[in-house]
Ligand binder design. Structure first.
Ligand SMILES: Nc1ncnc2c1ncn2[C@@H]1O[C@H](COP(=O)(O)OP(=O)(O)O)[C@@H](O)[C@H]1O
Ligand SMILES: [Mg+2]
Length: 239
């Protein structure tokens, strides 16, 4: 979805995710990883965040996910202030409203593909019949219609990451967070997986953040930002 009414400051009219003045430091004897992070996303926005290794990209995603706490700043997702929630409420919000894709897939080898993709629905208490229907639908849309009964052990890296994308989107999250999702894939497979990810985020109507250090990957998103210790800045990825 394009936001034609957006002003020059790029602030969406109805923000889904609002990050304000975010700062994180792990050790008091070291400078903060970053500070002054501002980010606003509307539903339908799909952005890439680039930056050198160690600059804090995963740290930023963990904070947005409510898995870790900032030293300063606020994060709001659709009206809920993540930074004000206790751990239990953050977990519930994460389960209901977010989906994750990681570099290392994290597909569980002892479950079938269908069982893997159904995990988020199970955590939300969705019944078997509805879950089966939805899992079938999302597996079809990532091009794995026949893979449901298979073991992840039989799948290629590209197939595993499409299983992970199906799992990240099966519960129609408002926000999808992908941390270097193609870091373990060859360039051709990586682009195929990124197309699937973009297509699924588009179809879901939610927003997405793609963390990557690949300019090629970043260009599959609508816009790119670069993370530095001082904040997020606009960035035009060139190959
Ligand atoms: N749990 C942690 N405890 C202490 N330092 C950490 C922790 N996680 C990350 N760091 C440090 O914070 C910085 C940013 O790490 P990270 O967010 O993983 O960067 P990126 O994902 O951009 O490579 C690095 O210097 C890293 O060593
Ligand atoms: Mg990282």
């Amino acid at each position: 979805m394009r936001h034609y009414t957006r002003g020059v400051n790029d602030a969406p009219l109805t923000p889904l995710l609002e990050v304000r003045g975010l700062a994180k430091r792990y050790r008091t004897d070291r400078p903060p990883v970053f500070s002054g992070i501002d980010l606003t996303l509307a539903a339908g926005d799909y952005i890439a965040i680039m930056g050198e290794s160690g600059v804090g990209k995963s740290t930023l995603l963990n904070l947005i996910a409510g898995l870790d706490r900032p030293d300063a700043g606020t994060i709001r997702l659709g009206g809920a202030e993540i930074t004000a929630l206790d751990d239990d409420d953050a977990t519930l919000l994460r389960r209901a409203r977010m989906g994750f894709v990681f570099q290392a897939f994290h597909v569980l080898p002892y479950l079938t593909v269908t069982q893997n993709v159904a995990v988020p629905l199970g955590l939300l208490g969705v019944g078997r019949r509805e879950s089966d229907a939805r899992v079938g639908e999302v597996l079809r849309s990532v091009g794995l219609a026949d893979a449901g009964p298979r073991s992840p052990r039989e799948l290629s890296g590209g197939e595993l990451q499409r299983v992970a994308i199906a799992r990240a989107l099966v519960h129609r999250p408002q926000l999808v967070l992908a941390d270097e999702p193609t870091g373990n894939l060859d360039p051709r497979t990586a682009l195929q997986v990124l197309e699937v990810l973009r297509g699924e985020i588009r179809a879901s109507g939610g927003a997405g953040i793609l963390i990557t250090h690949s300019p090629t990957a970043a260009r599959t998103a609508d816009r790119s930002l670069r993370l530095t210790a001082q904040g997020l800045e606009r960035y035009e990825p060139t190959p």
